[in-house]
Design a protein around this ligand. Structure first.
Ligand code: F6R
Length: 261
């Protein structure tokens, strides 16, 4: 697991965007996993600008998102379809037919989940999945207790996650309690996982993810088993890391980061 600590939230967002842009430039037919949430907005703004400036080309990229609320239509302003169009897809030269999210309105939930996993498998798996982290340590909506081998499924959201997200809805109680989410296993299958963690309120869960014991009670600790996981943090989110100085030393001295310093 690689850990990179950036000075500010904006630096961390730009760093994550650059990792993605470099990977797409090295392989134009890139298969990219994406996430939603406040943490991602800055990353998508940087990628949108880079695309506008001709620094990254999404024309051959295919994408898969982590999750979608059950019961929300793509044009609902709190659906993740809507979020992705607003913050990324409408601002870059991706072919929208190549973007995938679970269908929140699917009548057969099990079939929709299986279809979603199959679409990733048929594409040959994802090259990189960009993920955030929730207060419970969830990736996607994989709240505590989700099996590390889980595939895409419908999850009933914990109270913590409900409280974290409900204020985006009007009225708050209209937030769906269930959502499609790629499983921990689905995410772990990506060749690379890039996790972005920013802000003071994520410091404790960031330390648990990177340095704590591996447990299904904190889904993100599964990343300790991923052979190519990179966690990018800002100083606020890195505050509780015991090996903080070591991670910085590695970044400053390891030749593999030479182009990023
Ligand atoms: C959203 C997702 C979630 C968020 C997490 C953090 O697609 O997968 O796991 O990454 O809830 O959300 P923010 O960034 O709003 O703190």
């Amino acid at each position: 697991m690689d850990v990179v600590i950036c000075r500010t939230q904006a630096d961390a967002e730009a760093f994550a965007a650059r990792i993605i842009a470099d990977a797409i430039n090295a392989k134009p037919e890139f298969k990219l996993g994406l996430a939603t949430g406040a943490t991602m907005e800055g990353v998508y703004a940087v990628l949108s600008q880079m695309n506008k400036d001709g620094k990254v080309d999404f024309s051959q990229v295919r994408s898969w998102n982590l999750d979608e609320y059950v019961g929300l239509a793509p044009d609902h302003d709190q659906s993740y379809h809507y979020f992705m169009n607003k913050h990324l897809f409408s601002n870059i030269n991706i072919d929208k037919r190549n973007t995938h999210l679970p269908d929140g309105l699917a009548s057969d939930e099990e079939m929709e989940a299986a279809r979603y996993d199959a679409s990733i498998d048929e594409a040959g798996g994802l090259d990189l999945w960009l993920v955030g982290i929730g207060q419970t340590g969830h990736i996607g909506f994989n709240d505590p207790g989700t099996s590390f081998t889980s595939r895409t499924h419908v999850a009933y959201l914990t109270n913590t996650t409900y409280e974290q997200n409900k204020n985006y809805f009007t009225p708050p109680e209209s937030m769906p309690r269930r959502a499609f989410t790629a499983g921990v296993g689905t995410v772990m299958d990506a060749k690379r996982v890039l996790q972005l963690i920013t802000g003071k309120r994520k410091a404790a869960i960031a330390a648990a993810t990177i340095e704590g014991p591996v447990t299904a009670m904190i889904s993100s600790t599964a990343l300790q088993f991923h052979e190519n996981a990179l966690i990018v943090l800002d100083e606020d989110a890195a505050a509780d890391l015991k090996l903080k100085d070591f991670y910085k030393e590695v970044f400053e001295n390891d030749p593999k980061w030479a182009n990023y310093r």
